[in-house]
Write a protein that binds this ligand. Structure first.
Ligand SMILES: [Zn+2]
Length: 227
């Protein structure tokens, strides 16, 4: 049977068909703009053996990220670094972060660790995202309708037709520069609601060197813990 791709990306700068299998096993086909479906199918047929083999291999590459357990000494991500968690007696409300010391959580609240961490990540992300969005929107004369922080696991950010921006609270875990890239990426979508050449050009003007941050997210995003 023909192995259908999970995603087809049409690109007008592309000259030839190409198939990729990403860590985790997602099959992505890249095609020149306007490639007829039957040409895509015959390409897939020719590469069917390779795709099946590669998929089996790539499915093992990225074992699912480990979930936080909120145990004493466990390392917790914040802005691209890891800090130890300290369980305390009474007196700590929710999850508290102290610069140079790490995270503090009352032992009695250990079971609600995930909730406390989400609250902390949500607030941290909100502050960082808002400051960056305001700065770039002012600088480039862009209009943002609203900013929402979500619990999305696979998506760092999105921009609606009405220019409402969504960002995942998981952005609190990534380096500040990578978070900045995601915010600027979504902001650039308020002008270009697609991934056209014009979009990437505009993004490059707003944030030269964004490719490094994009690569960091691709390489490390799935390795960050679940909770
Ligand atoms: Zn995008």
């Amino acid at each position: 049977m023909l192995q259908q791709p999970d995603e087809i990306i049409y690109d007008r700068r592309r000259k030839r068909l190409m198939v990729q299998v990403l860590p985790g096993g997602k099959v992505v086909l890249k095609a020149p703009m306007g490639t007829p479906r039957r040409q895509i199918n015959s390409f897939l047929e020719q590469h069917a053996g390779w795709i099946i083999e590669k998929k089996a291999l790539m499915e093992m590459v990225n074992p699912p990220a480990q979930a936080y357990r909120f145990a004493e000494g466990e390392l917790i991500w914040l802005a691209g670094r890891q800090y130890p968690l300290h369980l305390t007696g009474k007196g700590t409300r929710g999850l508290v972060f102290k610069q140079g010391q790490g995270f503090f959580l009352a032992s009695a609240e250990q079971k609600r660790g995930a909730e406390s961490l989400k609250t902390y990540y949500r607030e941290t992300t909100r502050k960082a995202v808002t400051a960056i969005a305001e700065k770039y929107a002012r600088q480039w004369g862009l209009q943002v309708k609203s900013i929402r922080i979500t619990g999305a696991k696979r998506r760092w950010g999105s921009c609606s037709r009405q220019n409402s921006l969504n960002f995942s609270l998981r952005l609190a875990m990534v380096p500040t520069e990578a978070l900045e890239y995601v915010v600027v990426h979504e902001l650039a979508h308020t002008r270009h609601h697609d991934h056209s050449y014009a979009f990437w050009t505009f993004l490059g003007q707003m944030l030269p060197g964004y490719a490094d941050q994009r690569r960091w997210l691709k390489q490390n995003g799935l390795k960050l813990p679940d909770f």
